[in-house]
Design a protein around this ligand. Structure first.
Ligand SMILES: [Zn+2]
Length: 243
């Protein structure tokens, strides 16, 4: 571990997913002094790199390199560190050692918050697969007998939040948690713009941030909220107050 900061672990199927779906949460927690660690399972070289494949003479290695550079820059803007696996995409195919390494992410970093994809996404099967791998790694990390680094403990049971998919209704996504990202909005916007992605996506996610912000105000009366990101819990919230 780099230091004794609390860690937020973000598991992203492809190199860019984390920016659009959770960039605000990432910047917000980085600002609060958390160590935010992004793990990309794949570069999204086949399925989410249309723009690059239009360039004549493009190769898969060059696509991966470009995606890596772009996402590393976005992570820096958000104040996070980033690690890339190279599991391929369409489909993501994890090797046994990849699963062990993901378990190591949990065992060694002991995240206090985990963010990942939804259980369903009929537009991209890699996204549910990332959800599946995340939950497996979290559970395996708790098991003392699982052969990864460090020690397994059932006390290490971080909450897992699903970040909002691109088409939430089709993914059976429920926006149970609205996180006020107003203080981090400018950095999310900067990270989105740095992606050299289509301008329409920046517009789309700006609109989404505003709508979730309006809903956050409606559900809390906190009128200072301008932008929010929606999340869905997987495990029960443990609390001593019904608030
Ligand atoms: Zn993706």
């Amino acid at each position: 571990m780099a230091d004794d900061k609390k860690t937020v672990l973000v598991i992203s199927a492809h190199a860019a997913d984390f920016v659009w779906r959770a960039g605000g949460a990432i910047a917000l927690y980085a600002d609060r002094g958390y160590r935010v660690r992004i793990v990309c399972l794949s570069f999204g070289e086949r399925g989410e790199s249309e723009r690059l494949w239009k360039i004549p003479g493009m190769t898969v290695e060059k696509v991966k390199e470009d995606r890596c550079t772009e996402s590393t820059r976005a992570a820096q803007i958000l104040g996070a560190e980033i690690r890339f696996f190279d599991m391929g995409d369409y489909p993501i195919v994890p090797k046994e050692e990849d699963t062990v390494e993901l378990v190591n992410e949990f065992r060694l970093n002991k995240p206090v918050i985990v963010l990942t994809h939804s259980f369903e996404d009929p537009y991209n099967m890699d996204h549910p697969l990332a959800n599946d791998l995340t939950l497996k790694a979290r559970v395996y990390a708790q098991a003392s007998g699982y052969p990864a680094k460090g020690k397994g403990s059932q006390d290490d049971a971080p909450p897992v939040f699903i970040f909002e998919p691109h088409q939430p209704e089709q993914c059976n996504f429920k926006p149970q948690v609205l996180l006020d990202i107003t203080p981090a909005w400018e950095r999310k916007l900067e990270a989105m713009k740095s992606m050299a992605a289509q301008e329409h996506l920046v517009r789309y996610y700006t609109g989404l941030g505003e709508r979730r912000g309006v809903q956050a105000v409606r559900n809390s009366g906190k009128r200072h909220i301008k932008y929010a990101e929606a999340f869905q819990r997987i495990y029960p919230q443990v609390t001593n107050e019904l608030a």
